[in-house]
Design a protein around this ligand. Structure first.
Ligand code: SAM
Length: 346
């Protein structure tokens, strides 16, 4: 362990932050091919044995919750619904207790395909919430963005999640210049009517071909301007964004009645690195301190070579101690990470 690190069990870093929120990628595979995320042919997938087994995932999550101060676990991917053991992993996680005896908030980020069949079982396993990614209300645009004709499946998944009580159902949308950047207000109108909580995400430089350009990205300011042409947005009273990546506004009608809320995750133009409380585990058992890290710490090899929980915990603590202050996406010297979003876990 680094000698300049205070003797605390938590995942502290040199810049005063403590990670409480663990993002676990359960697979690098996906059944969509969103062009801002994956090439049409997919990626060189991890070989089966490289991926952590269900037991290995549960062991590392338990260690993080019991010994390292993690309070919140989100399963992601790739597409986590492609993981057969998902319900069992969720059930094992929701049975865990934090060091102070509290429950572990457990959620899922998914494209929603297949959720219609599995939402009830996931709710029964103790899952608290889902974030479903949906960029457009038009089936033809969905097919163009994702290269798959599955729009209807996603809508069915959303409805099933709400019926199963996986509330509040959040919807993540990425606006892309010239493709769906005219849909900000329509998406919000639809989400308010359905009772979903919409979050726009600025497009980040995590595409596999490195073609992201700052000048082409739809910014938070543009999204908010489009929304404000049709809605009254009121910043949430007294809520600093804190560790939550989304800045949130209440949406109110002309009489001031609250209709719901909307969030914008402006990772590029309004980065929130100073408040980041995240630590990430890839499907092959690598700790990443940030989506944009250029280094990883291998917990899988430690685990498979017989290291005990204390030793693995110290590897994880050491990795987090070295977390950089920020990702500098908006900086001309920014280095594109070597793994795309789907392999890291979005
Ligand atoms: N398959 C799941 C899903 O669709 O939600 C989980 C993984 S996916 C990588 C997580 C989120 O990352 C999705 O909302 C997706 O739109 C978003 N995403 C992927 N590439 C992105 C990029 N370059 N910039 C911003 N968001 C991105």
């Amino acid at each position: 362990m680094p000698t300049d690190r205070p003797a605390t069990p938590d995942l502290l870093d040199r810049h005063g932050r403590t990670a409480r929120d663990l993002r676990v990628s359960l697979t690098d595979r996906c059944n969509l091919r969103c062009h801002y995320c994956m090439p049409p042919e997919g990626l060189p997938w991890l070989e089966g044995p490289a991926v952590l087994t269900d037991d290995e995932v549960v062991r590392l999550v338990r260690l993080a919750v019991r010994d390292l101060g993690v309070h919140e676990v989100r399963f992601t991917g790739g597409e986590p619904l492609l993981r057969k053991g998902l319900e069992d992993i969720v059930a094992a996680t929701t049975r865990m207790r934090t060091a102070d005896g509290g429950p572990v908030r457990t959620s899922l980020t998914t494209n929603g395909i297949g959720l219609a069949r599995r939402a009830a079982a996931l709710a029964a396993a103790g899952l608290t919430r889902v974030n479903v990614s949906l960029d457009t209300l038009h089936a033809d645009r969905f097919a163009a963005i994702t290269r798959r004709d599955r729009h209807r499946d996603v809508l069915a998944g959303l409805e099933a999640a709400a019926s199963a009580g996986l509330a509040p159902v959040k919807v993540n949308a990425v606006l892309l210049r010239g493709t769906n950047d005219d849909e900000a207000a329509d998406l919000l109108r639809w989400a308010l009517a359905a009772g979903y909580r919409l979050r726009f995400i600025e497009q980040m430089p995590l595409d596999p071909h490195g073609s992201w350009q700052r000048s082409q990205m739809v910014t938070a300011d543009e999204i908010l301007a489009a929304l404000q042409r049709e809605f009254r947005l009121v910043p949430r009273p007294g809520t600093a964004r804190g560790a939550a990546p989304a800045e949130t506004w209440d949406v109110v009608d002309a009489d001031g009645t609250r209709l719901g809320d909307v969030g914008v995750i402006a990772s590029v133009t309004r980065p929130f690195c100073g408040d980041c409380d995240r630590t990430r585990l890839t499907a092959d058992g690598q700790v990443r301190t940030c989506l944009f890290s250029t280094t990883e710490t291998d917990l899988r090899d430690a685990l498979r070579s017989g290291a005990d929980d204390a030793a693995i915990g110290n590897l994880w603590r050491t990795a987090m101690w070295g977390k950089l202050p920020g990702h500098d996406i908006d900086d001309p010297g920014f280095l594109h990470p070597t793994r795309p979003m789907s392999a890291i876990g979005g």
